[in-house]
Design a protein around this ligand. Structure first.
Ligand SMILES: O=C(O)CCC(=O)C(=O)O
Ligand SMILES: [Fe+2]
Length: 327
């Protein structure tokens, strides 16, 4: 399901005693003041003016996971499970570098939503070329998003559902990346479109012909190689005429709160688009591709907080020296 752009949902993934230990650990770390407000960064506004507060996601992240604070044993036990899951995915998805270890490579966090908190629609990873000058500097990137919910007997009436926006039909080919080039859109609703950037900074949009694992011939979609402009980017503008009406961009300024100018974008749930909601019930595991699957968290209407362990398994980024030194 994941490689076809759909979500994988597995109730009962985590045994109840470990769910309980992790939830109690998160509660005590929260009480110790170790979580920080962490909404979606709006690139049009400075970091200090983001104004994140208790109505945003709050997270416990960084090196805290392996530190001696709280219930370190429970967190490490959980980390060992997630590691074997990651090794399974490396094999099953044909993403071999998911199995690589590295300090601070695979992210592991708790997140926390108070009553009234929510998170706008977003993607967890973006094409390097759309991330400005720093885009190409990281050795690895988010590949698979995982969530494990920790809320005992959570009811739909308490809100806080995860809303995901997979394609109505599974993708015809493997999503996310092709030969290291990240996906930026869809052609004919279910064919992934990738962006390749060559040395010197010129880019091309392309698809793979035929079905199967994406091994088909490359079909260039852009009229000519182009330089990716600053955000917000409209890739449609670079397509050859015959593809224009058949293309949908995954992340646009309308759909992505990162690119709202001035005040943060109005929170929208996009209920009119095809979506799949998941109840954040204790022990449930959710997995999806970090590059191609937009999602949001609906408002928590309960009086109790919504708590989850969440993280990202990383793959190597393209290691090509893309730009001549000094450019
Ligand atoms: O907690 C969730 O269900 C999703 C959180 C999320 O999308 C994120 O932290 O990036
Ligand atoms: Fe996310």
């Amino acid at each position: 399901a994941i490689e076809r752009g759909q979500i994988h949902v597995e109730p009962g993934f985590l045994p109840p005693p470990l769910v309980r230990s992790l939830r109690e650990d998160a509660m005590s770390l929260f009480e110790a003041g170790l979580f920080s407000p962490d909404g979606l960064t709006n690139t049009a506004v400075g970091r200090s003016q983001q104004g994140f507060d208790r109505r945003d996601r709050q997270t416990f992240r960084g090196d805290g996971w392996s530190s001696a604070t709280g219930d370190q044993a429970a967190r490490l036990q959980f980390a060992a499970r997630m590691r074997s899951l990651r090794e399974e995915l490396a094999e099953g998805l044909g993403r071999p570098t998911l199995a690589s270890e590295g300090e601070r490579r695979h992210e592991m966090t708790y997140n926390w939503y108070e009553a009234g908190a929510k998170l706008g629609r977003h993607l967890d990873e973006h094409h390097e070329e759309t991330k400005g000058t720093k885009g190409w500097l990281r050795p690895s990137r988010r590949s698979v998003t995982w969530l494990v919910y920790l809320n005992e007997q959570w009811e739909a009436a308490e809100g806080g559902a995860l809303r995901t926006f997979p394609r109505p039909q599974p993708s015809s080919q493997a999503v996310g990346s092709d030969a290291g080039n990240l996906q930026v859109g869809w052609l004919d609703a279910s064919r992934p479109v990738f962006l390749e950037t060559r040395e010197g900074g010129l880019s091309t949009l392309y698809c793979r012909a035929g079905g199967g694992g994406g091994g088909g011939r490359r079909e260039a979609l852009s009229a000519a190689a182009f330089e990716v402009p600053r955000q917000p980017v409209d890739f449609g503008a670079f397509l050859a005429a015959e593809y224009g009406s058949r293309f949908e961009q995954i992340s646009t300024s309308r759909l992505d709160p990162r690119f709202a100018t001035g005040t943060p974008a109005e929170f929208t749930e996009f209920g009119e688009l095809h979506h799949v909601d998941v109840l954040p019930a204790a022990g449930t595991l959710v997995l999806f591709d970090s590059v191609s699957l937009p999602h949001l968290v609906r408002e928590v209407t309960s009086t109790r907080p919504r708590v989850a362990a969440t993280g990202w398994f990383h793959e190597d980024s393209l290691a090509v020296p893309l730009f001549p030194v000094g450019s």
